[in-house]
Design a protein around this ligand. Structure first.
Ligand code: MSP
Length: 626
């Protein structure tokens, strides 16, 4: 029987255009799905869109269109991008589809019939960006820990799901199923969270506040909370409550998610499933974030990388390769154009591309483009074959362990070893002295190239297909010796032309290049920011806030007060007398009820933070920095 493999991505909010975060998870799922297909699995790869909720309603109204019109306009953006990125999904779900609404209402009814839903009054702090409530304890400086934005106080009568009832069952399940939440540190994070009493989950919104959602089957005045609705997509698509056979075939799924939506997937979702009597997913795997250099990408910082710009600039397959090779699953990774070009030139142009060009040039030049057939192999060729077989097994193991970056490196090691084999054997010399030996070497190298191309195919479906097409052999699987001898090589272009890095000549202004990040500002914009030197005259801690200091500063003659989140790094005493730099023309804000009139500059990397200070007696307070 063919083993089944069901993999999902999060369904994406349609309130903005798709960015690198969306593209990353979707490519990752596509790569895993393709590897499974390659190893004979029957695969169901699901992705889609999360179309309800306050955020989308607001975005639509701001644009002057209905939420449905907005969703219908946004959906093709995602679908087209997936096509461009060669994403081969099996189903694309939108939460506004009838098939999904039916299942959500069906599950709500079941959970309600079970007595797991009650009506109550509630006041809470809501982040519209995350579409969820936060407790005071979870906030950072009184703001949303994900978006760093203020929260809205929501007070309503609402329906609640008895999530707390399933707390112990969830803890036991996580402990009994070590692969349920991955990687391990994420599992520990959830177990840590579950040490505190779990609160019940508010699962409705009154229509007076939000009408863009799925109506509760037991109260027409309310719509379903967007996460309760969205998570259910994972069972709608394989056929829950509509096609039992299909559901049985595919469920349980492997959910790929980003670390920011771990709580909703590893706490809300399993407890919902417990209540509805549906088995748990096989695995919830949380990957890290792509950072722009060192900083988080966010709309408000304006440094969100647009995948389309990258495709236009570098091509689809190199982008897929870079994203898969560059992230250790579970950790954050840093995207920079420099590291992209470096990786491209070394792995793709030098190693893989070069091997391909060398082999095809030599066969074209010396054997009329016909792949030679060989009968007697020597120990050297046997070694390449052994190495190829070991590589196939190893790559398979690494992919199973979700170590995609290591799997790719394993393939590249193999490619490098074939390049070395070519160097040692020098078939360009052998053709003059020992033609059968040259044939042997070129056959072996071409077969190793075919195997490498097949192994890299899930990561770079397009360019590896070129290699396989040129070799006249696309589908003969990962078995050594299947290369089609006697085939005439097809013509082809350079697979990965080197990216030239032009160094600007001295005194010559750099050529302006289309920026790949969107955070470029004009000089006029920069000029609006007033940076000034300021002397700290007094400081004290803010009661009840571990991170905050209240500082009195002097900007020339002017005295001001600022509240700064540096208390974990500096005591008030350490700061008094220091000359710092502040943004002096920021609108005053209230932090914890204390007025803050400016912001200081600090340098930050990971958890380390150092204030930008000036250590020169020539600098007085109130001077403009420009
Ligand atoms: N709609 C919800 C998911 C519901 S699933 C039942 C949602 N959507 S989202 O569009 O905001 O985000 C989707 C995914 O993008 C998340 O997994 C998130 O981690 C991921 N990414 C967003 N920015 C990212 C990076 N910079 N890097 C990698 N992935 C990140 O949340």
């Amino acid at each position: 029987m063919t083993p089944n493999y069901f993999i999902t991505t999060p369904i994406y909010y349609v309130n903005g255009k798709p960015h690198i975060g969306h593209a990353y998870t979707t490519i990752l799922a596509d790569v895993l799905a393709r590897y499974r297909r390659l190893s004979g699995h029957d695969v169901f790869f699901l992705t889609g869109l999360d179309e309800h909720g306050l955020n989308i309603q607001r975005t639509a109204y701001k644009r002057g269109v209905t939420p449905q019109q907005h969703c219908d306009e946004m959906a093709p953006r995602f679908i087209n991008l997936w096509e461009k990125l060669h994403i081969k999904y099996d189903d694309f779900i939108r939460t506004t589809e009838t098939r999904h609404k039916r299942v959500v209402q069906n599950i709500l009814q079941e959970v309600n019939d079970k007595g797991d839903i009650y009506f109550d009054e509630y006041t809470g702090l809501y982040c519209v960006g995350c579409e969820r409530f936060y407790t005071e304890k979870e906030l950072v400086d009184g703001k949303c820990p994900q978006h760093n934005t203020p929260l809205e106080t929501v007070a309503d009568k609402n329906y609640f799901f008895k999530m707390s009832k399933y707390q112990q069952q969830l803890i036991d399940y996580i402990n009994d199923n070590p692969d349920f939440i991955q990687p391990k540190h994420r599992k520990n994070e959830i177990l840590g969270f579950l040490r505190q009493p779990l609160e019940d989950l508010c699962i409705s919104r009154p229509k007076s506040r939000l009408n863009w959602g799925i109506e509760l089957p037991f109260d027409k005045e309310y719509v379903t909370y967007v996460w309760f609705d969205a998570l259910i997509n994972y069972v709608t698509a394989p056929g829950y409550a509509s096609d039992e056979k299909s559901f049985k075939k595919w469920w349980p799924a492997i959910h790929l998610i980003g670390k920011d939506i771990l709580m909703t997937h590893a706490v809300y979702w399993p407890t919902m499933l417990f209540s509805a009597g549906i088995p748990q997913p096989k695995t919830i795997f949380a990957h890290g974030w792509w950072l722009s250099g060192e900083s988080k990408m966010s709309k408000s910082l304006g440094n969100v990388i647009n995948p389309l710009d990258l495709i236009d600039e570098y091509g689809v397959d190199p982008l897929r390769y870079y994203l898969m090779r560059g992230m250790v699953l579970g950790q954050d990774a840093s995207f920079t154009p420099e590291s992209f070009i470096k990786r491209y030139n070394s792995d793709l142009a030098n190693d893989f591309g070069n091997l391909f060009s060398r082999i095809s040039n030599l066969i074209n030049k010396n054997f009329g483009g016909i792949i030679p057939s060989v009968e007697n192999f020597t120990g050297d060729e046997k070694k390449v074959q052994d190495e190829s077989e070991i590589t196939i097994v190893r790559v398979n193991e690494l992919i199973n362990e979700m170590r995609i970056n290591d799997g790719i490196e394993e393939i590249l090691q193999f490619v490098r070893s074939i390049n070395r084999y070519m160097e040692q054997q020098a078939p360009w010399k052998l053709v003059k002295t020992d033609k059968p030996a040259a044939e042997r070497v070129l056959y072996t190298a071409a077969e190793a190239l075919r195997i490498s191309a097949l192994l890299l195919h899930p990561v770079m479906p397009n360019r590896t297909k070129t290699v396989l097409d040129v070799l006249g052999n696309t589908n003969d699987g990962l078995i050594w010796g299947k290369l089609n001898t006697g085939t005439k090589l097809k013509d082809h272009e350079l697979l990965f032309p080197r990216i030239k890095i032009e160094k600007p000549k001295e005194n010559e202004p750099k050529k302006s290049k289309k920026p790949i990040v969107e955070n470029v500002i004009s000089y006029e914009d920069f000029e609006k920011v007033e940076l000034k030197t300021a002397l700290v005259s007094e400081g004290e801690r803010v009661e009840g806030a571990d991170r905050l200091l209240k500082l009195q500063i002097e900007i020339g003659e002017e005295k001001r007060q600022i509240v700064a989140g540096v208390a974990e790094h500096y005591s008030p005493e350490e700061l008094v007398g220091k000359m710092i730099i502040v943004v002096a023309n920021l609108e005053p804000v209230e932090i914890r009820g204390i007025e803050s009139n400016g912001m200081l500059l600090a340098a930050k990397k990971g958890k380390e933070l150092t204030l930008v200070t000036i250590d020169s007696s020539a600098v007085k307070s109130g001077m403009r920095i420009f």
